[in-house]
Design a protein around this ligand. Sequence first.
Ligand code: HEC
Length: 193
Amino acid sequence: MTCGVLSFLRLGYFRIGGLLVPMTFGMRVRLVLFAAVSLALAGCRHEPDQDPTDARLLELARDADGHVWYKGSDSFLPKSAGSGHTQALLRTRYNNVAGELLDANGQVLPDTVFADGSLIVKELWDDASTLSLYAILLKEPADPNADGNGWVWGYIQPDGTVLQPSSAQGAACRSCHSQEGNIDFSLMNKYFP
Ligand code: HEC
């Protein structure tokens, strides 16, 4: 809006009923004042603030406290043939809520529907010393960014760069994660049996 006023000023015309009329000096002064005040109040902001859900997902993903690893191991796994990601290595962990639904072998129990509050974090690593990305699933139907199944999808770099906002509701993720053999949209069991 402010930027619109400024470009309008440069033109030096205003519009009445479809006609462009040159502005008088007084009009320009008033417009400049108006623009200056608006600019001071709002500024020319084009960047939206980070979505609070993305900020929260990052915070949750960073804190591995109390998490358990898939098959009980934090060793790196080579990315599977079905993985939609470029990074060579991965490992997946579950918070205490999601962890309740793993069997004695550390795999997701068949027919699991993850409980609200479940968090699954797949860490994607370029190599064994370079963590590149968090792929995140949080079961939280009350979140405004949750999809129709209650999952919030996150795709965020450790430095906070959001590669796929949770407001997209997993648009880039869901069709692949709906494939045959998924367990409540999770795929670890299928690709690392
Ligand atoms: C082309 C298919 C594909 C796409 C697209 C995809 N994934 Fe995955 N994802 C997988 C596969 C396969 C696994 C199992 C581990 C592996 O091989 O990477 C997986 C595992 C995961 C896991 C670990 C939990 C589990 O068991 O599934 C999370 C979390 C995850 N993906 C999040 C995402 C998010 C978020 C997106 C979208 C930004 C996404 N994925 C897009 C295929 C995909």
